[in-house]
Design a protein around this ligand. Structure first.
Ligand code: HEC
Ligand code: HEC
Ligand code: HEC
Ligand code: HEC
Ligand code: HEC
Ligand code: HEC
Length: 378
């Protein structure tokens, strides 16, 4: 701890040209045009470390709104206090400390195009009443599984993001597959999803093979009658077979760093060939076939039937939000073009049916999730 502290002080005095140099200035926080820039530290250049770290002690040094005690990393706010009180919210929240309010929409909105989803900052997402990723539980998981990287003073957001590396995937409406906001908890000092290749397997096209296949869901305004139309995550019109995850982060590996084993009452997720049908396992092919809708059809359009020759493997983010949702179980508000999703009466039917399946059974009597849930391999 003490060494870290000294090293931090040294780096801060030396300025942003050393230590984190290359990687940091490539990051969204270190960018000299749109990076960190706080109202009360306007004397420092945009992107300077001092917009987050105080160079002078920070023993008391509070700005109004500061809660908790002095911070171990010399941050201007306590690193983590609770679900609604976290250092990152100083800028990615209601914006009291920040020159311009930062807008961060939900995954459903950014990549799916759901403009009806009004969540526009990270604090709001983690405070939704539907369901949220519990930050206290995440920190426990991080400290338990990766004790040499995370400790009591760590920020739970850092389990999925490294504040010194994070990049913007979308800038001026352009999507860059080679930029990433994410670092895996098992590999905190590197970005995940920024590079592709057979060795790294950092993209969803890792699931392209003789017996497995990734196909990106439609963007909300896609025309499902066409073979060439817009898909996630970049909303660019391309042939259905080319929307194969080459530009999408491998979220399966990412989420499974924590979810391959059970966490308290939250069950383990198995995406292997012995696990879920939305993973590598083959559909059973029985008579109750619950038709898969476009783009999971023979020519990617709603003019043909489901492609029974393909074993589609899905990305966790095709169905889930990362931070929080107004729906249960972090489920997205928009799935494969469908936005009028309702969970009334605790039924999941409306989420599955009409988005990806035109089911022929149990559409109203029982919830699909009573029989089809993670772990039931059905
Ligand atoms: C966006 C805010 C932010 C900016 C900008 C920032 N840091 Fe940090 N830094 C953090 C947080 C948060 C931590 C605490 C570790 C954690 O929980 O992830 C931290 C921790 C550190 C540490 C402790 C070791 C580690 O990596 O965890 C060092 C050293 C450090 N920062 C140096 C720097 C330097 C040098 C710069 C500028 C080049 C910088 N930081 C810019 C937020 C920031
Ligand atoms: C369980 C992992 C996880 C945790 C914990 C987490 N995030 Fe995220 N976050 C993600 C994922 C996944 C994305 C979407 C990544 C992408 O765009 O490729 C994301 C996206 C973001 C974005 C970018 C949104 C945009 O506008 O593009 C920001 C900012 C962000 N997170 C901040 C935070 C903050 C602040 C915290 C803590 C309060 C946090 N995250 C905790 C996984 C996580
Ligand atoms: C001093 C203000 C400040 C603090 C504190 C801060 N950020 Fe940021 N963050 C920014 C700015 C500014 C950007 C660039 C936003 C933009 O231009 O859209 C950014 C961008 C990001 C991005 C890339 C988002 C994107 O648009 O794709 C992520 C992820 C992120 N921050 C996570 C974090 C996490 C996690 C923390 C806490 C450890 C944190 N930030 C703390 C100011 C801050
Ligand atoms: C750093 C570890 C970590 C990572 C990475 C992670 N999770 Fe979690 N997740 C947790 C913990 C801890 C819980 C249990 C606490 C809770 O209920 O939020 C949880 C709970 C959940 C739940 C249940 C929420 C509820 O309402 O019961 C869902 C759904 C979920 N995670 C999805 C995901 C997805 C999708 C990803 C990938 C983007 C992911 N998680 C990545 C740690 C993680
Ligand atoms: C009462 C239990 C039950 C409910 C509720 C239920 N299903 Fe099914 N479903 C089954 C069984 C059993 C099969 C047949 C598996 C087999 O053929 O081996 C099946 C098959 C399927 C298949 C084909 C999977 C395959 O491997 O071939 C899909 C898709 C499907 N159901 C979707 C749905 C949807 C969508 C809903 C909600 C509208 C739903 N199901 C509700 C029990 C159920
Ligand atoms: C086809 C949509 C879909 C995909 C893809 C998907 N999930 Fe889920 N997930 C659900 C639904 C629906 C539920 C709630 C029913 C249930 O528990 O299975 C759920 C629940 C969960 C839960 C909570 C389990 C519990 O015990 O409460 C976790 C954790 C989770 N998902 C993680 C993941 C991860 C990790 C991935 C990727 C490997 C993933 N999901 C992919 C739809 C999906």
């Amino acid at each position: 701890m003490k060494t870290k502290f000294l090293c931090l002080v040294t780096l801060l005095f030396l300025g942003s040209n050393v230590g984190y140099a290359g990687t940091y200035t490539d990051s969204a926080h270190g960018n000299s045009t749109y990076g960190v820039e706080r109202t009360t530290t306007a004397q420092y250049a945009t992107g300077h470390c001092a917009h987050c770290h105080k160079q002078h002690a920070g023993i008391d040094g509070t700005e109004s709104g500061h809660t908790g005690g002095p911070d171990n990393y010399l941050l201007f706010n306590t690193n983590h206090v609770s679900q609604t009180d976290n250092f990152c919210y100083s800028c990615h929240g209601d914006g009291t400390f920040y020159t311009n309010a930062i807008t961060n929409y939900s995954y459903s909105r950014i990549f799916g195009g759901d403009t009806g989803n009004s969540v526009d900052d990270i604090k709001e997402a983690f405070d939704l009443s539907g369901s949220t990723h519990d930050l206290a539980d995440i920190l426990i998981k991080l400290k338990t599984d990766w004790p040499s990287t995370f400790n009591d003073n760590s920020n739970p957001c850092s389990g999925c993001h490294n504040p010194h590396l994070v990049q913007k995937k979308i800038s001026s409406n352009t999507y860059s597959a080679d930029k990433s906001a994410l670092s895996r908890p098992c590999n905190h000092d590197e970005l995940w999803g920024d590079t592709d290749g057979s060795v790294d397997k950092e993209r969803m096209d890792e699931y392209l093979g003789a017996s497995e296949y990734y196909r990106a869901p439609f963007y909300v305004r896609a025309n499902s009658a066409l073979q060439i139309t817009t898909h996630e995550p970049d909303r660019i019109s391309r042939l259905y077979s080319e929307a194969n995850g080459f530009n999408l982060t491998n979220f399966v590996a990412f989420c499974l760093d924590c979810h391959s084993s059970s966490i308290g009452t939250v069950k383990a997720i198995d995406w292997s060939i012995n696990g879920d049908v939305h993973g590598k396992a083959f559909k059973s092919g029985g008579t109750d076939n619950g038709n898969r809708m476009a783009p999971y059809t023979a020519d990617g359009t709603n003019g043909t039937l489901e492609d029974t020759n393909k074993n589609f493997v899905l990305s966790c983010m095709d169905c889930h939000e990362p931070h929080g949702s107004s729906n249960p179980k972090l489920l997205r508000t928009e799935v494969n073009k469908k936005t009028d999703i309702s969970f009334s009466g605790g039924q999941f039917n409306n989420f599955c049916n009409g988005s990806c399946h035109s089911s022929t059974h149990n559409e109203s009597t029982t919830s699909c999730a009573e029989c089809h849930y993670h772990g039931n391999n059905l």
